[in-house]
Write a protein that binds this ligand. Sequence first.
Ligand code: CTP
Length: 402
Amino acid sequence: MLDNKRILLIVAGGIAAYKTPELVRLIGKAGGQARVILTRAGGQFVTPMTLASVSGDTVYDDLFSFTEESDMGHIQLSRDADLVVVAPATADLMAKMAAGLADDLASTALLATDKPVIIAPAMNVRMWEHPATQHNLKTLNARGIRCVGPEEGDMACGEYGMGRMAEPGDILVAIQSFFRTSDRLIGRRALVTSGPTHEAIDPVRYIANRSSGKQGHAIAAALAAMGAETTLVSGPTNQPDPAGVQVIRVQSARNMLDACENALPADIAVCAAAVADWRPADEASRKMKKEPGTAPAPMALDENPDILRTLGAAGNKRPGLLIGFAAETGAVVENAQKKRLSKGCDWILANDVSSQTGTFGGDDNTVHLVDKDGVENWPRLSKVAVAEKLADRIAMTLEASA
Ligand code: CTP
């Protein structure tokens, strides 16, 4: 049951909009309250009158309507909701969300909201598969926005493929499952490290690695979506900040350690960063110049602090559940088992980062969860799905020990 949860439903302009009165009806039947924003294009496919009669409320459809702005402005609309659902989410509205555009009531409410958002995309298969839409989807996922559908099937335009909006019943299931999980980590503090570190050689050069930060950022987003007060300490990446997460940006391993120690105490810590193991022993204050015909001087390296090991040995400040990753290119599980013991952490997520796996920088990951009882092999999943599965495991473990 939805227990009077308030859902702001944004209906954009796609043929699938005709299914939204059924969604509003199902939300009401499940005990929730739906309030509707209808875009101008959405109004071509479903009437405000139909949506108003099933929701029992005004349908909001015009950013510049003075009465609506004074009664219920776009800020208030999003503030009053427990969850925002965009169905159908058209290619155009997804692009606006990704870019942060706000030129009508729907896009303005989406930009103004700090509430969780679920989108149900619906569009022609070619629009869905277009690199622009896929890029926007990744941006939205990385911000912690959840997606239900689309499905494969016959389309209104006569084509066949991915792009049909999920059925109203499936959207309701996604809404219910969101509310079932959204408070599981409330009251818990989580710390996540992500991305590479940059170790300065001189003012323009540095030592780094191929980590994209996708996995660590997705984990921070998943923990925050379950209600954890989450701090993400991230090295330099191109990932957008996940919704509802405090992000601390750092450059070097030593900066990362300082930021992590300042973020303690934590109930949960997940070290997903690919921290550089070594740094140049002497950082040159000026750009190092080459001498033509002369061999470069060998570079002396110092060992960096090991953040995971430091947290594992932090005595009464040790996070209650400490989780590390093991990036391996061979003997993946055996090495992970050794790392779990040597770093004093509870779980290790071991992954094969050999170049043929495409894990570093890619969107998918195959991980093995190693704990004191043994190994669990997870199937190949998207990094977002790995993050959600991990967050679910964390919540289950904390619930069992509460
Ligand atoms: N880690 C860390 N600080 C470091 C090095 C690693 O916190 N200076 C953490 C990583 O975030 C990860 C785990 O330790 O959770 C294992 O990292 P990995 O790169 O697999 O192993 P290393 O400890 O660097 O060992 P090696 O490179 O020898 O495999």
